[in-house]
Design a protein around this ligand. Structure first.
Ligand code: FE2
Ligand code: FE2
Length: 282
């Protein structure tokens, strides 16, 4: 049995501090073999940097997925070409920097990860996620049947449809992007574990990880406002999935919603240059 942990969108400094602090302990305590996180909001809520990626990988994360915020930090355009464990959605047009999938060797066999973005209510509108993922899965299955898919999308219908479409062909289809965990985790008849959205790793007293008042002000006045990342207690949201490494079938899926300590271990230092005190223009 291979145990996979997936944590949803990491929000700014509070989110990444909590992940870096908690992942090594969780791996040990829960016997986790492979960790995937979505890092699209890790740099002050917008995108990800080289330094932050390195911190996450050093803490025991195997693969970092992203989504519509992937290009928010300009340095990522060159960095992603040097770090194959940092993925961007696979359905960008041919020639886009970086890759949308990876296969990694583990002690329990090869694990493949695909990152794909939905199209309904999403910008930019990318290539058809169903067709591109189907093609990639067909290719990857010659190497491994253990395939994890992060579907970064807004609507439950698009995510469920993709999960059903891939049932029996991949081990997990897990949603990200809404930052709100859904309670629909299940294993489909073909053996694919599914959840519409795993939720975020960010401050609880917030609106999707941002300070509450500016978001309310935006909705009430319709005027442009800065949306700083919120502070305070962080909750880690994600899933734990048990997978048969030979068949790729999932045997269990469990939701994680764990309040996190944000004391940082000195071995996993956090880059100070991306602290989130400064408000971020949106
Ligand atoms: Fe996000
Ligand atoms: Fe997103």
């Amino acid at each position: 049995m291979l145990r996979l942990l997936f944590l949803g969108d990491i929000i700014g400094e509070p989110g990444r501090r909590a992940v870096v602090e908690t992942v090594p302990r969780m791996k040990k305590e829960l016997g986790i073999d492979f960790v995937v996180v979505n890092g699209e909001n890790a740099a002050a809520g917008r995108g990800i940097t080289a330094r932050i990626s390195i911190d996450l990988l050093r803490a025991g994360v195997a693969v970092i997925t992203t989504g519509d915020h992937i290009w928010d930090q300009k340095e990522v355009v060159s960095y992603i070409q040097t770090e194959p464990r940092l993925l961007r959605p696979i359905n960008y047009p041919p020639g886009t920097p970086g890759k949308g999938s990876i296969v990694l060797e583990t002690a329990k066999g090869k694990v493949a990860v695909i990152n794909v973005q939905g199209r309904t209510f999403m910008q930019p509108s990318l290539e058809n996620p169903f067709r591109i993922t189907e093609e990639e899965v067909r290719f990857l299955r010659s190497e491994t049947h253990v395939i994890f898919v992060d579907i970064h999308a807004e609507t439950t219908s698009e995510k469920i449809a993709l999960g059903r479409f891939l049932d029996g062909k991949v081990s997990v289809v897990a949603g990200t992007h809404t930052h709100v965990q859904t309670a629909d985790e299940q294993i489909f008849p073909g053996g694919t574990a599914f959840i519409c959205d795993v939720g975020m790793c960010g401050p609880t007293e917030s609106v999707l990880g941002r300070e509450i008042q500016p978001i309310i002000q935006r909705f009430t006045t319709c005027m442009p406002v800065n949306f700083p990342v919120a502070k305070g207690q962080v909750c880690l949201h994600g899933i734990l999935v048990d997978i048969d490494p030979n068949t790729g079938r999932a045997s269990a899926i469990r939701r994680i919603a764990e309040p996190a300590s944000i004391e940082v271990h000195p071995l996993y230092g956090i880059g100070k240059e991306f602290r989130d005190e400064a408000p971020v223009a949106t």
